[in-house]
Design a binder for this molecule. Structure first.
Ligand SMILES: [Zn+2]
Length: 862
């Protein structure tokens, strides 16, 4: 063992050992309990940032801890490799997206290895690999066969100059990012998966997720937007037809002044067959390409059908309007409009000069002037509602429902805001959608034996396909069952790949199918998933949805993919800027700032190298745009991977924001050096360990054993039950500091030192595995720590060895007494005075003086 702690040498040595021996490779082993620990897979942008390092460190700490509990731990990693940045970089650098992507993966993989994460590298998945997306295409065809996917027209951003579709991120202030043309909104045919079909179970099964953050579950609930409401049937005057509307507020039914129907509702389309103006209006809604301003302009447009519905209670006639604010996919595609109490209804009524009637009085304020010319969406007492006047919301709902039920004009209905998932992307760098159109216009899947439908990966094809003026590339000509066909040009949304990778990790090289049910049965569900809160809805919703699809195809077990979820906090760092000529902020990296701090460590002055003032913007999320990122590799070079890992886990609870601090990092580094020295000094004694008899130990020794076992007890609880890693680390640090003052004066002392070092090494191993690997190896002569068990505390050591005081009266020993922990002098004196043994002896006596020698004697002079 070297005398000085040298992380560079140690980490290189240990990482090579792990790699050569495939230490973290796992397979299904039914004799062992499994644990599946999964960090969200990264996008190969080129370099790891500190947010990645935090995410993967948390995951690795949990994986290593669970391994020490004796479990068979799977911790895989891979690459979410399709997506727009690769296409943009490829155009810029005139290379193909695949080579840009694979180059980035190689570099980031090296960075991950430098951080010592215990991945099973044999399971690495790269989603742009045909071996992976082949199964995604296969599964899409299965969904198509089960009628769970469909194609329909939907809106996209369209650049009229480049003649191409743009992703939302490529639209900047309503303009094309490339040519600055004003973009249009265009309707084109796209593929959808029926996630609405699963809305109820996606909502209901959130209750199963006891160990998911409440915040995430609430965000998902809002996105699904489940609400209970009613369908009400309005007769249409002078016909035998009925119109079905949806409302969540039947208490406002007496305030209905018109019926509004979506232009795409069946009834609208039926009417348009006889009415030319109507037909034109509907076509305009359906086909036109709008600019963003035009969309604002046409909001709340409508057309009067000149037909009337009959109010089911008052029997009065109500005009029927076709209105473009009504969404056909929500409820029944028709609403009873109550402009007095609903914002959309109000806006439409104002724009089209329709009647407004108020039927709810705000219950909080009496004598409110009703005709304030606005709407009140709140619940309250009914007015202008005949027999329902003065009823509150609950009673009114009940009574109106009863009345309409008697006439069979109402049904309870649950609706969802969740829309079907559009998975078509008009992009090159994605998995091709495995569908084709025959010459006769029929849409058919690509035959399964022809999968995968490959992406042209060479530069020539990429340039050709990415040229906006070349939409008719012969590349898409194909044949299906001996008939000429044109292949689907769109590719899958990249959320498709990240929705099922967790299941493929259980059998990454399985050739006979998408997922090996035996492997998924052993490894799933994921026991711990770790990722950023920004994935709370999109990714985590599609991920849960996909799992349910896979379950229904009997490919995975259970209803939910993940048991426990951690959403780690952001990484913040100090940010600085100067105001530029046009009042813009020019962000300056900290390394170019001279900083003055006060005694509290607060920044009081910042200047650039020329002495010009710089503004300190505070702690802000690390980002390129704020120029306040810290390169992980730089920190590894200066301090080692163990220091960065320990600092990240120590500086904040996992779900809180982490403030990057160089001095904090240095503190952690000093701690590791001290632990190294403590171990080195002990190992130099070449002491022979033997078991010790606790009863024969001195008070100093007993106390050290007590502190050690109390720490093991608390650290185990912090990590396992509370997932409170920062407090666990603080307790280990405290233990090391106490141990450094523990003098090795006897053989027993040395044994206790060794026991302590063994436990400390084990407890720190999940955080700083390289350093612990080496200390362990030297402490135990070549044994390996990677498969060691987590230390166990001994109950009899948990009892505190309290101080024992000799109690004297006038200098003569009367008795000895044990003093409870953590008392100050005043409390100790009063504790002794009031003890039952002494009370009698001091009764009615005048105490003149108390002499107290801490931890030894207390003498009462009477
Ligand atoms: Zn453009």
């Amino acid at each position: 063992m070297e005398q000085e702690y040298c992380p560079k040498n140690i980490e290189k040595y240990v990482q090579k050992y792990w790699k050569d021996n495939k230490t973290f490779h796992v397979y299904e082993d039914n004799t062992k309990e499994k644990y599946y620990c999964l960090p969200m897979l990264p996008y190969p942008s080129g370099r790891l940032h500190m947010g990645h390092v935090r995410n993967y460190t948390i995951s690795d700490v949990i994986a290593r801890y669970q391994r020490m509990l004796g479990k068979n731990v799977l911790q895989p990693i891979g690459w979410d490799a399709f997506g727009l940045p690769a296409e943009e970089a490829a155009i810029k650098n005139n290379i193909e997206p695949s080579s840009w992507t694979y180059k980035n993966i190689a570099y980031m993989k090296k960075q991950l290895e430098l951080l010592g994460f215990s991945y099973d590298w044999d399971r690495e998945i790269t989603t742009c690999n045909p071996e992976y997306y082949k199964w995604e295409q296969w599964f899409f065809i299965q969904l198509y066969k089960k009628k769970l996917v469909y194609k329909k027209n939907s809106f996209v951003n369209w650049c009229p100059h480049d003649k191409t579709v743009l992703a939302n991120e490529q639209v900047i202030n309503g303009c094309c990012w490339r040519c600055q043309s004003t973009i249009e909104i265009k309707k084109i045919p796209q593929w959808f998966i029926k996630i609405r079909h699963y809305a109820e179970s996606l909502y209901k099964d959130l209750d199963q997720l006891k160990n998911w953050p409440e915040k995430v579950k609430n965000m998902q609930k809002n996105w699904i937007g489940r609400s209970k409401g009613f369908e009400i049937f309005f007769n249409i005057q002078n016909t035998n037809k009925k119109i079905k509307i949806f409302t969540t507020r039947i208490d406002t039914i007496m305030g209905v002044t018109y019926i509004a129907i979506s232009p795409f509702n069946k009834f609208s389309i039926y009417l348009s067959k006889k009415n030319k103006t109507l037909k034109q209006f509907i076509e305009k809604q359906n086909n036109a390409n709008f600019s963003r301003e035009e969309i604002e302009k046409i909001k709340f447009q409508g057309i009067n059908t000149n037909m009337f519905a009959v109010h089911p209670i008052t029997q009065k006639k109500i005009p029927i309007w076709i209105a473009n604010f009504v969404i056909n996919g929500y409820g029944s595609g028709a609403v009873m409009s109550v402009p007095g109490h609903n914002e959309n209804d109000w806006n439409f009524a104002i724009k089209n000069n329709l009647k407004i009637k108020y039927v709810i009085q705000k219950s909080t304020k009496k004598n409110i002037k009703l005709v304030e010319k606005k709407f009140f969406p709140e619940k309250g007492k009914l007015i202008n509602s005949r027999e329902f006047d003065q009823l509150n919301y609950d009673d009114a709902t009940k009574q109106i429902k009863k009345k309409l039920s008697e006439e069979k004009k109402i049904k309870t209905k649950i609706v969802y805001k969740l829309q079907d998932w559009c998975i078509s992307r008009q992009r090159y760098w994605g998995a091709p959608i495995p569908m084709a159109t025959l010459n006769n216009g029929k849409i058919v899947p690509i035959p399964e034996q022809d999968l995968p439908v490959l992406l042209p990966e060479n530069k020539k094809d990429f340039n050709l396909l990415n040229n906006p003026s070349n939409n008719q590339s012969s590349y898409y000509n194909t044949s299906v069952n001996h008939q000429n066909a044109i292949r689907e040009k769109d590719t899958f949304d990249t959320f498709m790949e990240s929705s099922w990778y967790y299941a493929r990790y259980t059998c990454p090289h399985f050739k006979k199918g998408m997922i090996n049910p035996l492997a998924s049965k052993y490894w799933l569900p994921v026991d711990q998933y770790i990722g950023g809160i920004e994935h709370a809805i999109m990714h985590l919703m599609y991920f849960r949805f996909y799992h349910k699809l896979l379950r229904d195809f009997k490919l995975v077990p259970f209803d939910e993919p993940v048991k426990n979820l951690i959403c780690q906090g952001m990484v913040l760092s100090e940010a600085f800027y100067q105001i530029g000529k046009n009042n813009e902020r020019n962000w300056i990296h900290k390394s170019n700032v001279n900083i003055q701090k006060n005694i509290k460590g607060e920044i009081v002055k910042a200047q650039d190298k020329m002495g010009k003032e710089i503004i300190y913007a505070g702690m802000i999320k690390m980002s390129k745009s704020k120029n306040n990122g810290i390169e992980p590799e730089l920190i590894i070079n200066n301090y080692g991977a163990d220091t960065i890992r320990l600092f990240i886990m120590f500086a904040a609870p996992v779900e809180a924001s982490l403030e990057w601090s160089e001095s904090g990092l240095k503190g952690v580094y000093r701690f590791l050096k001290k632990l190294w020295k403590l171990s080195f000094d002990y190992i130099q004694t070449k002491h022979k360990y033997r078991n010790i008899n606790f009863n024969l130990l001195s008070k100093k020794q007993k106390n050290m054993c007590h502190i050690l076992h109390k720490t093991i007890y608390q650290v185990s609880d912090d990590i396992s039950r509370r997932q409170s890693f920062n407090t666990a680390i603080a307790k280990i640090m405290e233990l090391v500091n106490i141990l450094r003052k523990f003098k090795l004066e006897s053989e027993e002392d040395k044994c206790i030192m060794k026991d302590s070092l063994i436990s400390i090494t084990k407890m720190l191993y999940p955080f700083t595995p390289h350093l612990c690997f080496m200390i362990w190896k030297n402490l135990n002569k070549s044994f390996l720590i990677d498969h060691e068990k987590w230390p166990i505390f001994q109950k009899n050591f948990l009892l505190k060895i309290n101080d024992i005081l000799v109690v004297q009266i006038n200098g003569r020993k009367k008795l000895t007494i044990e003093i409870p922990d953590n008392l100050i002098k005043k409390e100790i004196i009063s504790y002794v005075k009031n003890s039952s043994l002494l009370q009698k002896k001091l009764e009615n006596k005048n105490i003149k003086k108390i002499i107290y020698i801490p931890k030894k004697i207390i003498n009462f002079v009477i």
